[in-house]
Write a protein that binds this ligand. Structure first.
Ligand code: KDG
Length: 308
C-alpha cells in the first residue's frame, strides 16, 4: 500500500544557469512528480500516475522514479505522443517558465488511465491546478481520480499551482473552486489566490475559500512570510525559514510532498508544516526542481539549527 499517489504531468527541465545565459542544465520537473519525489525522499511510500512518451525523456523519467523509490506501475507509455518539456529562465524578478508540452502524452490521459487501482490503496491522492489545466481529458481524469479517492476513503490533497499560460483565469477559478470543495487538504499560494480572487489579504482569502465551500484543512502559502494553517476551527500563522535561494523552482512541490509525508508519519499539522517549510527552504539552494530536493536527514539537521 501507499502513503501518497500523485497524478499529473512530468516535464523534462532545461534550467538556465547564471554563468552563461545560453547554457541549460537538464533536470526534471512537473509539479506532482516533484512532490512525489520530495515525499519519497522523506521516507513516504509513493506512486505516480501519468503518461509519458515512448522516447528518451520518458525512459529517463521511469529510471528516475524507480531510483527514487516511486512506484511506476500506474505509468502509461504512449507510442504516439512525446514527454513534455519546459525551460526555466532566471531574471531580476525571479524565474520564469516556458513550455513545450501541448499534445504531450500526459495531456492525453483519460479516466481509463486510472485502472491500475493505486488510488484505492493510498492514504492520500495528490493533484494540482496543473494536472487540471493541461487538457480537458486530464481534467476529467483528475475528477475521476477524486471520485475514486472519495469512494475508497483516500484523502485528497490539492495544490492550486495556477499557471495562467495553461488556461484562462475564469475557467481556472471555476474548476479550482469545484476541486477545492472535494479536497481534504488544500494548498493554495497567496500569489495564485490573488489572481483568482483579486484580493491580497490572507484573512479575506481564507474567508473566500471557506465561503466557497472548502471543508478540509487549508494551508495558505505566503512565500517569504511563511504560511497560515486553517483547520476549520482556528488559523495558525507559521513563520518561514530564511535562506539565500538560488532557484525556487519546485519549492512549493517540495512543501506539498514533505507535508504529506509527515502527515503520513503521524505529525500534527503544525509539526508537519514546520518540517515542510524547512524542506522547501532547502530545496531552493540548488538549480532545478528535483536535484536539490532534500532528504529527511538534512531537514532534521536544519530544524535542529533553527530550534537551537
Ligand atoms: O512547481 C514547479 C513546476 O511548475 C515545474 O516543475 C514545471 O510542472 C511544471 C509546470 O507545469 O509549471
Amino acid at each position: 500500500d501507499f502513503d501518497i499517489v500523485a497524478l499529473g504531468e512530468p516535464l523534462v527541465e532545461l534550467n538556465q544557469t547564471h554563468k552563461d545565459q545560453r547554457q541549460y542544465l537538464q533536470g526534471f520537473g512537473g509539479d506532482t512528480s516533484n512532490a512525489a519525489i520530495a515525499a519519497a525522499r522523506q521516507g513516504a511510500r509513493c506512486a505516480y500516475l501519468t503518461r509519458v512518451g515512448n522516447d528518451a525523456f520518458g525512459r529517463q523519467f521511469l529510471d528516475l522514479w524507480q531510483a527514487e523509490g516511486v512506484d511506476v506501475s500506474g505509468v502509461q507509455v504512449d507510442d504516439d505522443a512525446h514527454t513534455g518539456l519546459y525551460f526555466v529562465q532566471h531574471g531580476p524578478d525571479g524565474h520564469a517558465f516556458s513550455y513545450l508540452r501541448r499534445g504531450s502524452a500526459a495531456s492525453l490521459m483519460t479516466p481509463a488511465s486510472l485502472e491500475s487501482g493505486l488510488i484505492e490503496r493510498a492514504s492520500f491522492l495528490h493533484v494540482s491546478g496543473i494536472s487540471l489545466a493541461i487538457s480537458t481529458s486530464a481534467c476529467d481524469t483528475v475528477f475521476a481520480a477524486i471520485e475514486r479517492a472519495r469512494t475508497a476513503g483516500t484523502q485528497v490533497s490539492l495544490d492550486s499551482n495556477l499557471r495562467l499560460r495553461l488556461w484562462p483565469v475564469d475557467r481556472a477559478r471555476a474548476v479550482l473552486r469545484e476541486t477545492m470543495r472535494a479536497a481534504d487538504l488544500f494548498l493554495p499560494s497567496m500569489d495564485d489566490m490573488q489572481h483568482l480572487t483579486g484580493n491580497d489579504d490572507p484573512e479575506r482569502t481564507l474567508d473566500w475559500i471557506r465561503d466557497g465551500g472548502a471543508t478540509g484543512v487549508v494551508v495558505l502559502k505566503l512565500g517569504k512570510d511563511g504560511s497560515i494553517i486553517d483547520d476549520g476551527a482556528k488559523r495558525i500563522p507559521m513563520p518561514a525559514l530564511r535562506v539565500q535561494a538560488v532557484d525556487a523552482t519546485g519549492a512549493g512541490d517540495c512543501f506539498a510532498g514533505s507535508l504529506l509525508a509527515r502527515r503520513c508519519q503521524g505529525d500534527a499539522w503544525e509539526d508537519a508544516v514546520r518540517y515542510a517549510n524547512a524542506a522547501a527552504a532547502l530545496s531552493t539552494l540548488g538549480y532545478g526542481a528535483v536535484d536539490p530536493l532534500p532528504r529527511a536527514e538534512q531537514v532534521w539537521e536544519r530544524l535542529k539549527d533553527v530550534s537551537a
